[in-house]
Design a protein around this ligand. Structure first.
Ligand SMILES: [Zn+2]
Ligand SMILES: [Zn+2]
Length: 155
């Protein structure tokens, strides 16, 4: 976890200030469910619990969200993000992604997430956890290093 990351944790290749920061700071709202999803990943990475709760649909918020999120953030070292697909429709969308985290072997949170748009604001509602996928050792590493997986996080 880095205090002042130059590059956005969501692996967009953009700087944090040109990517997720304006969303985290409340200066912009996500223009798509995919953008919201990426900004939520960055918020997990940076430990921004307030943002994670504000982007959770009010109907699915729980009393202990803050505690649960703090625990996840405490216990997880996120390594990278890979968006598999984004299926938008009028006011709902699904985004399938894999968030990678430090474990042995490397852990995958592979999820198909559901989003709802209300009052021009996208919210995360819930998701289905999917099986980890097999990665090709020759594909670009999920951490955004630009190296092949076999020369980076899959040594
Ligand atoms: Zn970002
Ligand atoms: Zn890597």
């Amino acid at each position: 976890m880095s205090e002042n990351p130059k590059l956005c944790p969501c692996i967009s290749g953009l700087s944090y200030s040109a990517c997720c920061q304006p969303l985290h700071d409340g200066k912009l709202t996500a223009s798509s469910a995919e953008q919201l999803m990426c900004s939520r990943y960055s918020a997990f990475y940076l430990g921004n619990i307030a943002y994670l709760i504000s982007t959770l649909h009010p109907n699915v918020r729980q009393k202990d969200d803050k505690q649960t999120l703090a625990q996840t953030i405490e216990q997880t070292q996120w390594l990278g993000l890979k968006i598999i697909n984004h299926k938008p429709s009028a006011k709902t969308a699904t985004v399938e992604f894999i968030a990678f985290y430090q474990d042995n072997p490397i852990g995958q949170l592979h999820e198909q997430s559901r989003f709802i748009q209300e009052d021009e604001q996208w919210y995360y509602t819930d998701g289905d956890i999917l099986e980890p996928i097999k990665l090709s050792r020759n594909e670009a590493c999920f951490c955004g290093s630009g190296k092949k997986l076999k020369r980076c996080h899959m040594l």
